[in-house]
Design a binder for this molecule. Structure first.
Ligand SMILES: Nc1nc2c(c(=O)[nH]1)N[C@H]1C(S)=C(S)[C@@H](COP(=O)(O)O)O[C@H]1N2
Ligand SMILES: [Mo]
Length: 320
């Protein structure tokens, strides 16, 4: 018998429209004393008064500043998306499938202290505190597009260091062909792990070694000039901008170098819909929707999706 698992990408179009964000934030509106009257006002064309992104989402007010020079090599033709959107509209199923609720539900998550484990095909397996690792790495800021498989996208100034630097530091053996990354498993603190036991927690992802050491692959520890907020994957997350967003695993606790291709969470949950490589490709539709265009979450406008999310010059040689 096939058990129907509720899927993350069930309603890609609706989830990305401002109207839907709006609805998913009913509690926000009610909390502001607006309630249904708000929808009446919106219908009268006064919707801007109720803009769900008009206030800062939880979790970004008191983050320690993080200074890093912007690397001008990585340019995006669209403006940077406001942090209110990037930190208020999230996919992070450990907390919620409701993008507008993640920030609030993740606010009290303890993302420090945080231990990182490195194991598998390495000369010396080890564990260390995330800040000890960060201190040894060269931080820079990069503005990257982020394109979710659900067909919405944002532009974010991340702060981090090349995954290639981490790989070098970890000293993998020549037998290492893949890098597997795993997120936390803390159902006591992450309500989505409690209420959605059908998902194969913890979240996990993987890259081929040539992908992991590509210059674009970034381990991210900050955004918008400060430490990464919990909702965006504190204290340490991956960003691989030429792939659909689900490859960019958040809140990593373990790096494992492997000989065999590791499994990845969404491929295990829905193999007919999500593959291992997940490179952004406008010509290959998802089984349930087109990937030809995407919705800019900031403006609601549809934009053409670019091969490899606009990063073909950096990565297309990996897939020939
Ligand atoms: N651990 C973990 N990492 C995750 C996810 C998740 O649910 N859990 N969602 C992924 C998806 S589908 C996307 S689009 C991006 C969203 O990142 P953002 O919320 O910082 O924009 O995170 C990815 N990383
Ligand atoms: Mo996504």
């Amino acid at each position: 018998m096939l058990i129907r698992v509720p899927r993350g990408w069930e309603t890609p179009e609706r989830e990305a429209t401002p109207e839907e964000v709006y609805r998913s934030r009913r509690r926000f509106l009610q909390g502001a004393g607006v309630g249904m009257a708000g929808f009446g006002l919106a219908a009268l064309g006064l919707g801007r008064v109720l803009d769900p992104f008009a206030a800062d989402p939880p979790g970004i007010a008191n983050l320690p500043a993080l200074a890093a020079a912007r690397n001008p090599k990585y340019k995006v033709e669209r403006p940077v998306t406001s942090e209110r959107i990037v930190a208020g509209f999230n996919n992070f199923y450990e907390f919620s499938t409701d993008k507008g609720e993640v920030a609030r539900l993740a606010e009290r998550f303890r993302s420090r202290p945080w231990e990182i484990e490195v194991r598998g095909e390495v000369e010396k397996p080890r564990r260390l505190d995330v800040d000890e690792l960060i201190r040894q790495m060269p931080l820079e800021e990069r503005v990257y597009r982020l394109r979710c498989v659900e067909a919405w996208s944002v532009v974010v100034p991340w702060i981090g260091f090349p995954l290639a630097k981490f790989v070098e530091w970890a000293r993998p053996k020549s037998s290492a062909r893949y890098l597997r990354m795993v997120s936390f498993n803390r159902p006591g603190e992450a309500v989505g792990q409690r209420t959605q036991p059908w998902y194969p927690w913890p979240y996990y992802e993987g890259l081929r070694m040539a992908e992991a050491t590509n210059e674009l692959a970034l381990l991210v520890v900050g955004s918008y000039g400060h430490r990464l907020p919990n909702q965006n994957g504190a204290p340490l997350r991956l960003i691989v901008p030429w792939k659909y967003g689900f490859k960019s695993i958040k809140s990593i606790v373990r790096f494992e170098f492997t000989r065999e291709q590791p499994k990845n969470f969404w491929n295990v949950v829905a193999p007919e819909e999500y593959d291992f490589y997940a490179n952004v490709n406008p010509a290959v539709p998802h089984p349930r929707w087109s990937q030809a265009t995407e919705k800019d979450v900031a403006t609601g406008r549809r934009l053409p999706t670019q091969p490899y999310n606009g990063y073909a010059e950096f990565v297309s040689h990996l897939y020939r």
